[in-house]
Design a binder for this molecule. Structure first.
Ligand code: AHG
Ligand code: MN
Ligand code: MN
Length: 341
């Protein structure tokens, strides 16, 4: 379908909200604030490679430091764009150990936002796509009081909106508010995110697998069997998957969502909980994927149903096209039933 012209992110969210009589427009205001932060981060990401060449002043002239600093820059940008809008009662970020309270002099709102300010940040030096991931929930504690850790520790099914911004060959904002997945591409000349992919449906079958095969030695048998199975597709007259792994979850997921694929960051013999974080990496991606017709599990259960017990909790993740996740789930279950390690 041809995208609607002049459909900005803001207008799209507002029109979506208007279909719900109880909506107050707050979610749309909240996402607009986030979109502004994303534009600022996008500009800075595009400048990252110039820092050394142009000898920018300040404390970011050592390349390694500049990369690390961009994480903090993105974190600070999001916090300062969003702590005074009156829509949030707290935030949480990968870059801060504890929950982030809204300053006392600002109005407290009914939402909680958790985010990974810069995902895939080890890739910045190589000009590879990176991203921001976010998850938005309604608070549990009484309105008007400061938010609490319990407001953050809710299962992913409670999310009211989630998404990511990928800073790649263009900057794209992808979100769901529970009514499909929509993507908006930043037009740098106009400075607006414009609708580019409406109602994304991910293919039911995967043609790509994305995982860090360097960890093969530490994998459990079920995953080894599954990867062997997809690599041997020829033997069954099927087309083998392509292996694609960027090492930026946002970029890997964005590509797979559009083309059909499975992304795996498993539990292995060294890391029993995998690597990726439940609240601001796996939950938002799981919400998006389910909305796009795919699935996300931790190996045994739906990611969105996991009850979190700590802010920076890690979980294994198998996320992607429905038939591919069904298949890996079967391999994992069979290996467990046979007591294979
Ligand atoms: P972050 O940059 O926020 O710390 O996240 C990095 C994550 C994720 O983006 C990616 O999928 C994964 O780390 C890659 O890990 P490996 O290098 O272990 O494959
Ligand atoms: Mn990350
Ligand atoms: Mn990060």
């Amino acid at each position: 379908m041809e995208p609607k012209r002049f459909m900005t992110l803001q207008r799209h969210i507002l029109e979506g909200e208007r279909q719900h009589p109880e909506a107050t427009g707050e979610l749309s205001a909240l996402l607009s604030e986030l979109a502004l932060a994303a534009k600022v981060i996008s500009l800075e990401v595009n400048k990252a490679g110039l820092i050394d060449i142009l000898g920018f002043t300040g404390d970011t002239n050592v390349q390694g430091e500049a990369v690390k600093k961009l994480d903090i820059y993105a974190h600070n940008t999001i916090v300062s764009a969003m702590d005074h809008g009156g829509h949030l009662c707290l935030m949480a970020s990968e870059e801060e150990e504890d929950i982030i309270h809204i300053p006392k002099h600002h109005k407290l709102g009914k939402y909680v936002m958790m985010f990974d300010p810069l995902d895939g940040s080890s890739n910045i030096d190589a000009n590879v796509s990176i991203g921001t991931i976010f998850s938005i929930l309604k608070r549990k504690s009484p309105e008007g009081t400061p938010g609490t850790l319990e407001d953050a520790l809710q299962p992913g099914v409670e999310q009211v909106a989630a998404g990511y911004i990928v800073y790649g060959s263009s900057t794209i904002f992808v979100y769901t508010a529970g009514h499909g997945v929509h993507a908006f591409t930043l037009d740098p000349a106009v400075g607006e995110f414009l609708l580019s992919h409406e109602n994304i449906h991910t293919p039911e079958d995967a043609r790509i697998y994305s995982t860090n095969e360097g960890n093969y030695k530490y994998w459990h048998k079920g995953l080894k069997n599954y990867i062997k199975y997809i690599q041997d597709a020829d033997d069954r007259g099927a087309t083998p998957y392509s292996a694609r792994y960027i090492g930026s979850m946002v970029a890997d997921i964005h590509r797979n969502l559009l083309y059909g694929g499975i992304f795996i960051y498993p539990a292995d013999k060294r890391h029993p909980n995998g690597k990726l974080r439940l609240l601001y990496e796996c939950n938002p991606m799981a919400f998006l994927y389910e909305q796009a017709g795919g699935r996300a599990i931790d190996g045994k259960q739906r990611i969105l149903e996991i009850q979190p017990h700590k802010l920076h909790q890690r979980v294994p993740i198998y996320i992607g096209s429905k038939n591919a996740v069904d298949m890996v789930e079967k391999f994992l279950r069979e290996a467990e039933e046979e007591g294979e390690d």
